[in-house]
Design a protein around this ligand. Structure first.
Ligand code: FAD
Ligand code: MLT
Ligand code: ZN
Length: 476
């Protein structure tokens, strides 16, 4: 059995890369059914969600538990192989794809949830548990996971930790790092660190959850996590508010954040994204057709927050052009569709470059207004589609090239340099992956990158774990 593949124009005999005894060892550990070699079986693990990143792997391994992960890592280490850890493969920066013929360790079989600890309001789950599974598991206790995002049916808790995922509720609960009370992970030599007691206060040295959140599979393979849970508010209300200008939407966001202690989400849709998504879902723009920006605001509390939201919107005065309110679940979901279906709508148009950035509040409207023109100068046929999490200053800049092809390579450079010039971050929530590795210096100093290198070398001296991700080559 032998598969071959084209990587960067080079035909490679992938299976021949692995020694027979190494293959047999891998098969012994996970079982032959979970040591995938045939290209037809590995393709979904070697191509990313957008189709932009396509790699190839001699073997995709699907361990069932932590000790199997540990054994696999030990074999890979002694055979001199590199590993790409993978969860749901919904990452948007190429970090989960074997672009350099690495083996893939997929966590999808590790999908056990421990019983909910209702007293502590915590739960321990395997890293391959999807967000939706975890949400369903805790929901009967009137508790919720602090991070929510549209990829919930596929993205895993391990992947969300590794990317420090953000999503729609950061304004209330913070990103994934803030949900972590403990972690279990396999280090690059196969040793296991496990600290899952879930103590709210625990100053016993270095904080591994904090370190591994956002490490993108470069420091360890996360196998379990102890998550903080939040009481689920029993009442909620959503509104879509239209604004004549981007600036008005930014000012309104600030006012709503002050006025609404029960604020759960403040999301934004800019004009190009609104026309695309309304066509995609086959519905008209709900309010304020022709506006420049729409906010979707959600408030959630144990007493009906509708009046509070209505007053806060009234107080926006002439800033708000028009408003649609969703009181019941069906209407609320109807409004949220316009936000949650944007990524899918863009994907129907082609292969975008997805630039996910944060700006300080005072630079947001300047950025959103100026950036399409900057992009046009580099690629006259590019379309720029923007939306995001305005409550966190997070704008998703999606750039499609002519006929849906990728845009000219230079667009990343011009956008990310502009972000840095305005004092923003080149990655708000998706991570650096392979897509933004060469731009990391825009946000991180020489001293910081040298410290990154020291941490990587300390924990993974042989470069076993995702060696081609996050840290720029000159610091690897
Ligand atoms: P993968 O894509 O499999 O991996 C992502 C990275 O984590 C890779 O570097 C990989 O090596 C590493 N990794 C995965 N599992 C492990 C592990 N167990 N141990 C160590 N490293 C690991 N992201 C947001 O932040 N906010 C959003 O609102 C959001 N919305 C999205 C909507 C859609 C429709 C899609 C497709 C994506 C969205 N994303 C969003 C991006 C993506 O869902 C997140 O980055 C998510 O956290 C990735 O989880 P995953 O399990 O799919 O990880
Ligand atoms: C979102 O907020 O919907 C995501 O981060 C996905 C994307 O950027 O397309
Ligand atoms: Zn997002």
């Amino acid at each position: 059995m032998c598969s071959s593949s084209v990587i960067y124009g080079r035909k490679v005999d992938l299976i021949a890369m692995l020694d027979t005894t190494v293959i047999q060892e891998f098969q012994r550990i996970v079982g032959t059914n979970h040591a995938l070699q045939e290209e037809a079986l590995t393709t979904s693990y070697t191509t990313d969600w957008t189709g932009r990143f396509k790699g190839a792997s001699p073997m995709v391994l699907r361990p069932a538990n932590t000790s199997q992960v540990s054994e696999l890592v030990k074999v890979a280490l002694s055979a001199g192989l590199s590993i790409v850890p993978q969860g749901g493969n919904t990452g948007l920066v190429g970090g989960s794809i074997p672009l350099h013929e690495e083996i893939v360790i997929s966590t999808l079989r590790m999908d056990h949830c421990d019983p909910v600890d209702a007293l502590a309001q915590q739960v321990t789950v395997d890293s391959g548990v999807t967000l939706a599974q975890a949400q369903t598991h805790v929901s009967p206790f009137d508790l919720e996971i602090g991070v929510d995002l549209a990829a919930r049916d596929s993205c895993t808790i391990g992947g969300m930790i590794a990317t420090n995922a953000g999503g729609i509720n950061v304004v209330r609960y913070g990103p994934m790092r803030d949900q972590l009370l403990g972690i279990e992970a396999v280090l690059s030599d196969g040793s296991v660190i496990s600290h899952l007691e879930g103590l709210e206060k625990d100053n016993t040295g270095y904080n591994f959850p904090g370190l591994l959140a956002g490490s993108e599979g470069t420091l360890a393979i996360i196998t379990k996590a102890r998550l903080r849970l939040h009481p689920r508010p029993s009442e909620r209300c959503s509104a879509m508010i239209a604004f004549k200008t981007v600036d008005d939407a930014v000012v309104a966001t600030s006012q709503l954040r002050r006025a609404l202690p029960a604020l759960q989400a403040v999301e934004v849709i800019f004009s190009e994204a609104m026309s695309l998504v309304s066509n995609h879902i086959g519905a008209s723009v709900p309010v304020g057709a022709g506006s420049q920006a729409w906010l979707i605001v959600e408030v959630a509390a144990n007493t009906d927050p509708t009046d509070e939201l209505a007053h806060a919107i009234d107080d926006l005065g002439p800033l708000a052009v028009d408003v649609a309110v969703g009181l019941d679940t069906a209407t609320r979901n109807g409004l949220w569709q316009y936000r949650e279906k944007i990524t899918e709508a863009i994907a129907t148009q082609g292969t975008p470059h997805k630039l996910d950035v944060t700006l300080g509040a005072s630079r947001l409207s300047e950025f959103v207004t100026e950036v399409p023109a900057l992009i046009s100068r580099v690629d006259g046929q590019a379309t720029t589609v923007m939306f995001g999490h305005l409550g966190d200053g997070n704008v998703h800049v999606n750039i499609l090239g002519a006929g849906g092809d990728e845009p000219n390579e230079g667009v990343d450079d011009v956008v990310l340099n502009y972000v840095a010039q305005l004092g923003g971050s080149i990655s708000a929530e998706h991570g650096i992956g392979t897509a933004k590795r060469e731009f990391l210096h825009l946000n991180r100093s020489e001293a910081e990158l040298a410290a990154f290198r020291a941490i990587k070398k300390g924990l993974d001296p042989r470069g076993v774990l995702n060696p081609n991700v996050l840290i720029p080559p000159e610091y690897s």
